[in-house]
Ligand binder design. Structure first.
Ligand SMILES: Cc1cc2nc3c(=O)[nH]c(=O)nc-3n(C[C@H](O)[C@H](O)[C@H](O)COP(=O)(O)O)c2cc1C
Length: 183
């Protein structure tokens, strides 16, 4: 009998806003930096601005424009979405990206990190992402990460950031990788 031991979890990390001057990019890059050295996963970083085409393009159009995203979803084992909160919601461009695919999200886990300039860490964006995730077949983790007062936060040293977030990032990644495993 042959056992396959070299499975590498394929994580897709999504920066969910295309806004010029977006602070969320700092959060996404920070998460990427914290997980990039792990030997048990491969990360594909997706900037939503590279995958939006000015209109909703549903998967059944089978458009060449959306093929890179659809292929990536198919190859992914799980997702981590970094989203800012815009008017109590997540950005429209993130919806346009996620709407490009349907069947191949099914049963895969998704984690969320939310970002805001205020003190609530963008939690309301996640509240709206959860029903969308369920509709398209993704399974949201119970734990999220929230980054309040993001501009001030990233004026701190990396060591200070790590004190608040490094362990939590590891915990979330471990939950994604062990998703479905019996504890
Ligand atoms: C159109 C728009 C709407 C926003 N609405 C909210 C909001 O409802 N709640 C909130 O906490 N911050 C809101 N913000 C501020 C964001 O939290 C802030 O821009 C933060 O830096 C994260 O977004 P960014 O990645 O675009 O920088 C809004 C920002 C924009 C551009």
């Amino acid at each position: 009998m042959i056992f396959c031991t070299n499975f590498m979890f394929q994580l897709t990390l999504i920066l969910g806003t295309a806004r010029v001057g977006r602070q969320s990019e700092k959060v996404a890059n920070y998460i990427l930096k914290k997980i990039a050295g792990r030997s048990d996963l491969e990360v594909t970083f997706v900037d939503v601005k590279d995958h939006i085409h000015g209109r909703t393009i549903p998967p059944w159009e089978n458009s060449e424009l959306t093929r890179p995203w659809r292929d990536l979803v198919k190859a992914s084992d799980g997702f981590w979405i970094v989203t800012p909160e815009y008017n109590y919601n997540f950005p429209s461009e993130l919806k346009m990206l996620l709407d490009q695919e349907l069947g191949n999200y099914a049963g895969k886990p998704v984690a969320f990190a939310s970002v805001s300039s205020g003190g609530f860490g963008g939690v309301r964006a996640i509240e709206h992402l959860v029903p969308l995730a369920r509709r398209i077949g993704l399974i949201p983790l119970l734990a999220d990460l929230n980054f309040s007062k993001v501009a001030e936060l990233f004026e701190k040293s990396e060591a200070e950031l790590d004190a608040s977030y490094a362990v939590k990032i590891t915990t979330i990644i471990d939950k994604l990788l062990n998703f479905g495993a019996k504890k």
